[in-house]
Design a protein around this ligand. Structure first.
Ligand code: FCB
Length: 460
């Protein structure tokens, strides 16, 4: 083959087969490298929320696990933040536990607030930019008694809590995440009932989803009103967004119109509605089945209530039309694809497709979660490497990605699955609470330390 033809062939092949693997890939200056955790999954002792009560009932959590001491992060936060720093993180996403801060309606616990101020100060001392989540799946017991997000009064309680957080923590926080994965929460708590309160009514799930969107809008305004202090000195006291679980939905058969339409409907419900509401001020939330309940959102002050988009990306679903299912579809895993310990397809290109689909909103993006359940620690390094390749490709194709938070710093309590899935860059021995760095963690550390994804040598 003549050299020019050979070069043309190689360039075309690389161009068609994803991001160039040949060279080291630098990330933008100031890129945030972090990990993410959630209070109930790591702190331990969160006995004032509805999850704690849920865990006491046999059958709710796999293997009868209870969050208990979890990873004892409440007591070990300082040494855990040292561990984050040791792997070259410059950021940390965590949630504050509403039930500790406001144990009864309108009663705020200054000691609990003081604790989170200490955590934030410890982040700052270690040059970890904090991102604080206000609602990550857990509700105070008294909020549960009010009906949780089924009840409109809870929207205002959440706004009051958000305002208080802005006042109490705003001098230390500039990056706020009002809610984590609202659609996952609504569907798991009210659709298939694997989260408390365990209801199984799609109509209620859609209503709760609408309330969560409304609650985000109010929390957004409360945070901007109350946090006027620029902690980072970048001229902006607060950037407020959410961590949105985004999935790729692909039709089982690319030639089947019902499969294609079912995949589109799920994409709309799961991936788009929240952004439509926060950018256009309105949205229509409907289940995919004909005649399914519909919730409509009109304005509610929602337009312009998203300063950044947080992306939690894990996997994709293959969608096969099934009129008998409440979702009008069966969701399966792509045949032959690698999967995690939880059976989730490992599909790195999906993060690129997801990021490109967000371009239309013209907002900064943070990857607020991405990780893999991998007990043997055989998948994590390649998982991180391949997802970062596709993130780098999206950046070079014009998406303003500003940071990557790996889920998670250490193993933790994985909700209804209990403790068996291992997501941590650090492995936790729950008997001794010892932390041990994984291979994946070592690789993350190398990338974060240099702000560069190494070229193909790292495949060895
Ligand atoms: C996400 C959740 C997070 C964790 C990971 C594995 O959906 O936000 O709390 O459970 O999945």
């Amino acid at each position: 083959m003549r050299p020019t033809i050979l070069i043309f062939t190689i360039v075309t092949w690389v161009g068609l087969n994803g991001p160039a693997l040949a060279a080291d890939i630098p990330f933008p200056a100031g890129f945030l490298w972090g990990t993410a955790t959630a209070a109930h999954q790591v702190e331990g002792g969160n006995s004032g929320n509805t999850w704690w009560d849920w865990e006491q009932v046999p059958g709710h959590i796999k293997n009868g696990d209870k969050s208990g001491l979890a990873a004892d992060h409440w007591n070990r936060f300082a040494s855990d933040l040292d561990l984050a720093r040791a792997i070259n993180c410059n950021a940390y996403r965590f949630s504050v536990e509403w039930s500790r801060i406001e144990p009864a309606d309108g009663v705020f616990d200054q000691a609990a607030i003081g604790h989170y101020r200490e955590v934030l100060a410890a982040c700052r001392q270690r040059r970890l930019t904090p991102m604080v989540t206000l609602f990550h799946f857990t509700l105070p017991r008294w909020i549960g008694a009010l009906g949780g997000f089924e009840s409109p009064v809870v929207v205002d309680r959440f706004a009051r809590f958000s305002r208080r957080m802005g006042q109490e923590l705003g001098d230390l926080v500039d990056l706020w995440c009002t809610e984590n994965e609202p659609v996952v929460y609504a569907l798991a708590s009210y659709g298939n009932g694997v989260f408390p309160p365990g209801k199984t009514d799609v109509g209620v799930a859609l209503r709760v989803y609408a309330r969560l969107i409304e609650a985000h809008g109010k929390a957004y305004r409360a945070l901007h009103d109350s946090d006027r202090i620029d902690a980072d000195g970048d001229g902006r006291p607060a950037l407020v967004g959410i961590a949105k679980h985004l999935r790729v939905f692909d039709p089982y058969s690319p030639y089947s119109t019902p499969d294609i339409l079912a995949a589109r409907a799920l994409d709309q419900l799961f991936n788009r509605v929240f952004f439509h509401a926060c950018t256009r001020g309105e949205a229509r939330i409907s289940g995919p089945a004909p005649g399914a309940p519909v919730e409509s959102i009109h304005d509610l002050g929602l337009r312009g209530t998203m300063d950044y988009i947080g992306v939690n990306y894990y996997s994709r679903d293959i969608v096969k039309f099934n009129p008998a299912s409440p979702l009008m579809a069966d969701l399966t895993v792509n045949q032959g694809s690698p999967t995690s310990d939880l059976g989730w397809e490992i599909y790195p290109e999906g993060i690129y497709r997801t990021l490109m689909s967000l371009k239309r909103y013209n907002l900064p993006v943070f990857i607020t979660e991405n990780g893999v359940a991998d007990g043997p620690d055989k998948l994590r390094k390649a998982f991180i490497r391949d997802h970062l390749h596709w993130i780098a490709q999206a950046i070079s194709d014009g998406v303003d990605v500003r940071g990557y938070f790996h889920w998670s710093l250490m193993d933790n309590f994985e909700w209804a699955e209990g403790f068996w899935p291992r997501f941590g860059l650090y492995r936790v021995d729950y008997g001794t609470q010892a932390r041990t760095l994984t291979e994946g963690g070592r690789f993350f550390s190398e990338v974060a330390g240099k702000n560069v994804l190494p070229g193909p040598d790292c495949r060895r």
